[in-house]
Ligand binder design. Structure first.
Ligand SMILES: [Zn+2]
Length: 120
């Protein structure tokens, strides 16, 4: 991967990370505000399920945030875009579609087949 590509993916990942962090902050702020505004128990119940939903989203965001941070680390270490499984370069097209991926398309397909066989 050349310097130009590296800079491109670094910026792409940094921007995504920023968006996710902004969203996460908004969710946290929203949660504290709402709990003060709904003293009624019925509203509270629906608020609780909303909150569970928000927490699930945040869990997914959290995982994505850590994946993006890992990808940025790999750019720094010069291992970004190299498949974890086979050590081959991951195509730029694939990285553009899934910038946090650590597997080339062949290894990803293999992994999916194995997961299906294991019934995961
Ligand atoms: Zn591979």
């Amino acid at each position: 991967m050349n310097e130009e590509d590296k800079a491109f993916f670094k910026q792409l990942l940094t921007e995504r990370l920023q968006v996710l962090l902004d969203e996460a902050n908004k969710t946290v702020t929203g949660m504290t505000d709402e709990s003060q505004n709904y003293p009624d128990p019925t509203d509270r119940a629906s608020l609780e399920s909303d909150r569970n939903f928000e927490l699930r989203i945040r869990d997914r965001e959290r995982r994505l945030i850590s994946k993006i941070k890992d990808a940025l680390d790999r750019i720094e270490y010069g291992t970004y875009g190299i498949c974890e499984e086979c050590g081959e370069f991951i195509s730029t097209e694939r990285l553009k579609a899934r910038p946090v991926t650590t597997l080339c398309i062949n290894c990803k397909k293999k992994q999916e087949v194995e997961e299906r066989l294991k019934g995961v």
